[in-house]
Design a protein around this ligand. Structure first.
Ligand code: SF4
Length: 365
């Protein structure tokens, strides 16, 4: 079987370039200025997957692009569909061999992408498959954007559009601050994909200085903070970064963000049976959040191989939610999507790495 060669590491990923840089790049080739706009439109307005499809570019330019640039930094290596057909998970290989995941979730009127911002993650949250694997590297702007555009092309072929993007895949988005924010600027650009900034959610585990920086920038894109515990003792166990920025500092940063932006902050809470799903924990959380402009997402835990925790039972979830309500804190129980395809971040990558390891010939001692 013939395998087409993948992109070279030296190729320019066109999704790494914003429009001014694309203009400079095109100008350095002595091409007329309008070629930059034509290429931009093929990247973001009528997105195509190959230079051959950029039909208004002259053939020699397409060949030159083919030689020096790439659109396909993401090589799909595995694709899984949930039994109900509403969740699709793609595992992509990057040119340096790193593996990242992107998940598409279809709802009645929404098509949401869950995008990765890093290969692996340095935060080490104990219940998370990505946290269990460690950190490899930050994704570039283009690698983040390319995940969105891969699915934008796919949805366009179905006459659909991406309606929401959540930066909740592999990695801590605020640890890769500049690239993540530039990627958001790119996919919200009005002369491109034009996704609404409020249709994107950045999920963070609580990097306090980054939250304060984000607050000062007064951006439109909402933040979701993964809290998961209401006491430092408990949170230190689940989320090691809490030892650096404990709950009191994190809550101060969240209050500052709300003050600066006037926007509601989402609090994420993975409900783990017997660990953080008791009425007592709900009471502590209620005290912590009382009177704040927040909304809590309660998500029964997505089990992973490296962590023994189980999702909470339905009655425990209900009791937890009732207790929050008694404190005037609004919450929603979120449905876990794609459990049958390991849609929790990092799980598919883990499986692929294990199966590749099993295929390696055994080395003699
Ligand atoms: S939950 Fe998020 S921040 Fe924590 S280890 Fe997993 S990917 Fe990283």
């Amino acid at each position: 079987m013939y395998n087409a060669p993948g992109p070279k590491m030296t190729d320019t990923n066109l999704y790494d370039l914003d429009f001014p840089r694309l203009q400079e790049w095109v100008a350095s080739w002595d091409e007329p200025a309008y070629r930059a706009r034509q290429i931009w439109n093929w990247l973001y307005v009528n997105p195509v997957a190959s230079f051959d499809e950029m039909t208004n570019l002259p053939q020699p330019l397409r060949e030159r692009l083919q030689e020096a640039a790439t659109l396909d930094v993401l090589k799909p290596v595995s694709e899984m569909h949930s039994a109900d057909g509403q969740t699709t998970k793609l595992l992509f290989e990057l040119p340096d061999g790193q593996l990242v995941e992107t998940v598409r979730m279809d709802y009645q009127n929404r098509h949401t992408l869950c995008v990765s911002t890093q290969a692996g993650c340095a935060m080490g949250c104990v219940f998370c498959a990505t946290g269990q694997m460690g950190f490899f590297r930050h994704l570039t702007v283009g690698e983040i954007v390319a995940q969105v555009m891969f699915f934008a092309r796919r949805l366009a072929a179905e006459e659909l559009r991406i309606t929401n993007v959540v930066l909740m895949g592999m990695g801590e988005p605020l640890h890769n601050y500049d690239n993540t924010l530039q990627a958001i600027d790119r996919i919200t650009a009005q002369d491109g994909l034009n996704l609404g900034a409020r249709k994107i959610t950045i999920s963070t585990v609580g990097l306090v200085p980054a939250i304060r920086r984000y607050a000062d920038e007064r951006r439109q894109t909402p933040l979701a903070v993964s809290l998961h515990a209401a006491t430092d003792e408990e949170r230190d166990r689940l989320i090691p970064i809490n030892r650096r920025w404990p709950i009191a500092e994190l809550m101060d940063a969240i209050r500052y963000l709300i003050d600066q932006t006037g926007r509601r902050v989402t609090i994420e809470w993975a409900l783990i049976a017997g660990e953080n799903d008791t009425v007592e924990q709900a009471r502590k959380l209620g005290h912590l959040l009382q009177g704040m402009l927040v909304h809590v997402n309660l998500i029964p835990l997505n089990p992973t191989a490296g962590y023994g925790g189980r999702p909470s039972s339905r009655p425990s979830v209900q009791a937890f939610q009732d207790e929050l309500e008694r404190h005037g804190v609004s919450s929603t129980v979120r449905v876990r999507r794609g459990i049958d395809i390991q849609a929790g971040c990092g799980q598919l990558r883990d499986r692929m790495v294990q199966s590749r390891a099993q295929q390696q010939p055994a080395t003699p001692d």
